[in-house]
Design a protein around this ligand. Sequence first.
Ligand SMILES: [Zn+2]
Length: 324
Amino acid sequence: MTRAEHIQALLEDYARQRTLNELDEQRRYNEAVAKVPRIAELRAESASLALNAMRSILDGRTAEDRAAVAANMKARGLAINAEIRGLLRQNGLPADALEPRYRCPVCRDTGYVGDAPARFCDCFEARLRLRQYEDGSMAGVDEQNFSKFDPEFIPEADGQRDKMVKARNMCARYADSFPATEYRNLLLTGEGGLGKTFLLNCIFERVTSRGFSAIRITAFRMFEAMRQQHVGNDDKYEGFSTLIEVPLLLIDDLGTEPMMRNITVEYLFTLLNERNAAKRHTVIATNLTPKQLMERYGERVSSRLLDKTICGSIQLKGKDLRQR
Ligand SMILES: [Zn+2]
């Protein structure tokens, strides 16, 4: 994909996000009104205030009259807002229950900031960089989703097919219930060619099509983001912090990234630790066994990867599907 195509795709993602925001706001409004019908009356009155002010201007009254009308309108508007907030609180709802909520409050999910000529918001630039990172290493993943899963392609011998069907179901449950998943994290292990990347991409596809923000990245690209952050030669570089902050991070092929002193283990620890502390979801696919994870990354990292209280584990076994 070219940069222009990435920008186009991202703008569409932002437009979807704004639609979701509106639906969410409407849902919260409906819930509040169901509990407190008076709120609907107040909202209607608030909407008619501006209309009445407009009428008074059209009526051709004097400037003093218009100023008085505007002052009354402002005072009444504030009183209405205060009454709504009070009603919400009295009924056990947060006072800001009806306020808009944004994934990025800076650009209000438009992707742009500033007056014309507007520039892309930092959140947009960071997503754009990550998309370009992913590109190339992730060719063809757009076609990978749960509906493409066909058990017929998997050998029945040694229970390989059963295992894969179970794994597929677990991943689909995870993606469907996100963010209220049974386990916050998932670890997919097994040798190459068993379908781990496919499942990872399926989760990504399902979760993002449900409107949540997610990043899928190969371990190699993740390492690049860490290295850039480490050398700090680009102040605007935010790739690594985006990896920390995204609600769902999917890392493919952990263990194939370069091992660089002061970077790989340290930054991976920071990444996992910060994400765990903030209760964000992480899905990791790796060819490494638990023992190899321990040897490569040490106790601090591997204990976080293998923590059974927050991490569901899927172990694939069998014949390489690519060799069939
Ligand atoms: Zn933004």
